[in-house]
Write a protein that binds this ligand. Sequence first.
Ligand code: HEC
Length: 113
Amino acid sequence: MNKFLIVVSSFFLLSSMDCSAAVYKGQKEYVKKCVICHHAGQEFIATKKKREWASLMRNGGEALAQIHIESKNRKAEPSVEYFQSDDFASSAKHLKDFMKEYAQDSGNVPACN
Ligand code: HEC
């Protein structure tokens, strides 16, 4: 096989994975930061519609951060530092892509591991 064929076939392999970089980054962040408390993992994402996730994640995830920061539930306390961090601010965009990709009405099931 010549180099050209190798390049072409790896291109098709990559594009057939249908898993954009932003969605993948969002998934990684979700697994790392959210699953500790939201044990249902990705199933939890499927409890909300795209529109609901989009509004929670608007303005760098403002509403989502607020829920945790202002929660009276002591179980949310350990997440406050994260939701106030630059780490969350810079990941919010990727998290949003991930959530919309696997929302209840997306028709998708998690495929990027
Ligand atoms: C330290 C534990 C903890 C972490 C980490 C955490 N959460 Fe939460 N989360 C909670 C608790 C507790 C509540 C319930 C707050 C309340 O009702 O007052 C909650 C509420 C929510 C809600 C609203 C409740 C609902 O079902 O509509 C969403 C959405 C949510 N979390 C998503 C996330 C996402 C996404 C992440 C990661 C970026 C995350 N959480 C990280 C503990 C956590």
